[in-house]
Every structure is written in C-alpha cells, then in structure tokens.
Ligand binder design. Structure first.
Ligand code: NDP
Length: 423
C-alpha cells in the first residue's frame, strides 16, 4: 500500500504512470499533478477501468514550495516522483523534506537561468574546481544528502535509463563480473526514426541544452573537457546497426567517478544523425538555444522555450517512431587475476513500446526505471537514506524488476571495444 505523487505529465511521466498502474499492489494511490490539468485528466481517463490503482489529478506549478506543501498535506504521499523539469528539483526536494516523504527524479538539477548571479557564481566556482562546463551537475543535490539522512528519507537522483540503469549496470558488473573495473564506456544509441527533419525524443529544452554543452570525460582522476561533438566514432549496435556516436558530458560520469574511484576512465557516447546535428548548429548560430530572456514585441521570451513551442511534443512521437534503442555499458577490468571485457545493455523497440503504453522507446526507457526505482523504495529493498544515485544501492532487485517490467538486459562477454573502432 503506498501513496505516490507524480509531478509532470509529459512523455516520461505518462509511461511511469501507466507502469505504476500495472503494479497496483504497490502503487495503490496515485496523484498525477502537473502544470496542464487537461493532460493529467486525459491520462486518468485512458486508465479508468483498466487498473486497480486509485488515480486523482491536480494542477500544480512546482515552482512554489507552498503550493507543493498544500498538495502534499492534502494527498499525504509516501514518495514524490519528479518527472517534470530538472529546474524544479531543489524546490521539490525542499517540499519533500518539510513534509517528510521520499523523493525521486530522472535528471540532475540545473538552474533555469544560468545568468542569474547566485547560480553564475556557483557555476563558475565548479567549472574552475572540477573542469567541466555543463550546466547540470550533482553538487546542488548532493548538498541535500545530510538533510535527507537526518530525516531517514531517500532522495533517489537520476533514476531513468541514463542516468539510472547505466549506474545499476556498473554496480551489477562490479558485483558479479569484476574484482576491479578499469574502464567504462556508456553507449546510448537511439536507432529510431520519427520521420521529422528535427525533433527531440525527450524534453527539447533539456535535450538541446545537454547536447550543445561542451563534452567531457573522466580519466586518471581528472576531467577532460572537449568542444561539443568533437570526438566521434562509429559503432555497430545490436538490433540497430552502425551509427555515428559522439562523446558528451553526462551526469552519471560524475557520480560513478565519486562512487567507483577505481575506474580509471569513464566516457559517455550518444548517437546522432547528421540532420539532427545540422539543425542544432543552426539553432545555436542564430541564438535559439539561448536561455537568456529577450524582449519581443514588448514581451519577455526565452529563445530556447520559444523553440520548444515550435518543435514536436516528444509525447506525440509514439505513433510515428520505428526502430530500436540500444543503451548499455562496456567494461574492461579484472576478475580472478585475469583481464576481461563485458557489455551489458538493453534493446527497446519503439513500436512495441507504443503498442504497450502509447509512447516511444525513449520515454519508455526512462519511465520504466523511474517506476522500478520507486518500487525499490516503497518495498523497502533500498533503504539507505540520503541524496543518493542508483549505483549506491544493490543492483540485483532493480535489474530483476527491469527484466520483469519491459527492459530486459542482454550480456556479451566478447564485445567490440570502442577503441577497437579507432583503427
Ligand atoms: P516533457 O516536456 O514531455 O514533460 C515535462 C512535463 O513537466 C510536462 O507535463 C510539463 O507540463 C511539466 N512541467 C513543466 N514545468 C512544470 C512546473 N513548473 N510545474 C509542474 N509541471 C511542470 O518532458 P519528458 O517527459 O520528455 O522529460 C521529463 C524529464 O525526464 C526531464 O527532466 C528529462 O530531462 C528527463 N529524462 C531523463 C532521461 C534519463 O534516461 N534519465 C531520458 C529522458 C528524459 P506542461 O504539460 O504544462 O508542459
């Protein structure tokens, strides 16, 4: 028996809601709370009569702690799943601490307007100290670790696929396959085709901010920053075929480096097609990726938010997307004194995801782990309090749940290593 609030009702949230409703024994009472009430009502209506979970809906603007507390005091959640925007992570964490419930999200906090002096100062300090320039990082949320610990509550950070399952794969590999891991490459391939010249598979604002940032990887205790999209490789992905992939900075590199200091090199690659990259460069060149508000006809607008309004809604891509995603981790390390390599990944089919829950596979691969992570907390399988990332918990029950709820793992003991493609 548990009471859960899901904040947001976009692509990821809609999958998580439907998955929670397939698991009504755990998720007995669900409140869908988002900015646009009609979206919440539509999902509730779709599920009516098909689930034993009691669903209520509420309009909320997660920018305001008082509004969140009003909702929490009324609904009395055990856990709040923040599946809206990362800009509100800290506000929702504050509300969870004051009310006294667990918290979960799928993306690291980043300030909405990085030019605000209070954030700029913190950001510049971090760039100097750590050496990567992306706007998102875990330091803001790790500051909450002791506060959650003191209250005996969990804030589970980044429980989607990557971040999320990627870190569970690291913990799993270390527990079952290696005595020591030396190198890790996280490969995120979306082999899906939605037929648009340009669309993002998750929130366009967050996606474009992430992808246009400088890339970075971690090696021998140091961050190495590179110009965006300047390291490129080809890789043949199971179920997809050959794709171009580019080295990006990604938040789980930061937490894995902290929690597994033995790993000498951690890199993250994501695949992109040429059309995506050409459009993104063009948007960047004309200033459409800027987060700095400008005046337009007497009204203040944020260019990247205006662009978001023009682009297809990721939740609408489901019926048009064909192909598969393939996301996983390739390791090199040592077991029983011998060097070995190991690849663990999941393949997810866009059309099958749509058939099951009405969403494309990028939303599916994020919404399912969010539900499974919530289940780990609610079933008391993950209990260590604090602001934690997925690799800090036992991976076994989580990976078992992913297998059961639609994201089974595939393993290879003789993978093609990324560096083998350099030749
Ligand atoms: P969408 O844009 O589809 O959905 C966002 C939802 O949040 C919308 O329903 C939106 O409301 C709501 N929202 C936005 N601002 C507020 C607010 N102030 N108060 C209340 N609700 C609000 O995004 P996605 O579903 O694609 O992505 C959700 C999250 O998942 C993002 O943070 C993204 O970065 C993360 N993600 C993580 C991945 C991972 O593997 N870890 C992969 C993909 C995504 P409205 O309908 O009014 O716009």
């Amino acid at each position: 028996m548990s009471r859960v609030i899901i904040i947001g009702c976009g692509g990821v949230a809609q999958v998580a809601i439907k998955k929670c409703c397939q698991n009504s024994e755990i998720f007995t009472d669900l409140c869908i709370a988002s900015r646009t009430l009609s979206r919440c009502e539509k999902v509730k209506n779709e599920l009516e009569g098909k689930t034993k979970t009691n669903i209520t809906v509420r309009k909320i603007d997660a920018e305001y702690v008082d509004d969140l507390l009003f909702l929490f005091n009324d609904f009395k959640p055990d856990l709040v799943m923040n599946l809206g925007m990362p800009y509100q992570n800290l506000i929702i964490m504050d509300a969870c601490l004051i009310y006294g419930c667990h918290y979960l999200d799928t993306a690291a906090y980043e300030p909405e307007d990085i030019n605000e002096p209070i954030w700029r100062e913190k950001y510049e300090k971090r760039v100097k100290e750590k050496g990567f320039t992306a706007y998102f990082d875990y330091s803001y949320q790790w500051e909450y670790d002791s506060k959650f610990k003191e209250k005996g509550l969990i804030a589970l950070l980044g429980c989607g696929f990557d971040p999320g399952v990627s870190q569970a794969y690291v913990a799993y590999a270390r527990k079952h396959e290696f005595d020591r891991i030396d190198t890790l490459d996280i490969l995120d391939c979306n082999g899906g085709d939605h037929g648009y010249p340009f669309a993002t598979n998750f929130n366009p604002e967050i996606n474009l901010r992430e992808v246009s940032s400088a890339g970075a990887y971690y090696e021998n205790g140091k961050w190495h920053s590179i110009p965006a999209m300047s390291i490129h490789q080809k890789y043949v992905f199971d179920g997809v075929g050959e794709k171009d992939m580019y080295l990006l900075h990604h938040e789980e590199i930061e937490s894995i480096a902290k929690n597994y200091p033995e790993i000498k090199r951690i890199r993250f690659y994501m695949t992109f097609g040429q059309s995506y990259l050409t459009h993104m460069k063009c948007f960047e060149n004309v200033g459409l990726l800027s987060t700095k508000p400008i005046m337009y006809e007497g009204k203040e607008i944020v260019p990247i938010q205006f662009l978001k309004a023009l682009l297809p809604d990721p939740a609408s891509l489901g019926p048009r997307t064909k192909g598969k995603t393939n996301i996983g981790c390739i390791f090199k390390g040592v077991k029983d004194g011998k060097e070995k390599t190991y690849y663990i990944y999941n393949m997810c089919d866009h059309e099958q995801s749509y058939k099951e829950v009405g969403s494309q596979a990028v939303s599916y691969t994020t919404g399912v782990p969010a539900m499974c992570g919530a289940m780990m907390i609610l079933k008391g399988l993950w209990t260590t309090p604090g602001a934690k990332t997925v690799e800090e918990y036992d991976p076994d029950p989580f990976i078992e749940a992913l297998d059961k709820y639609g994201l089974p793992k595939t393993e290879s003991y003789n993978p093609v290593m990324v560096e083998d493609n350099d030749r």
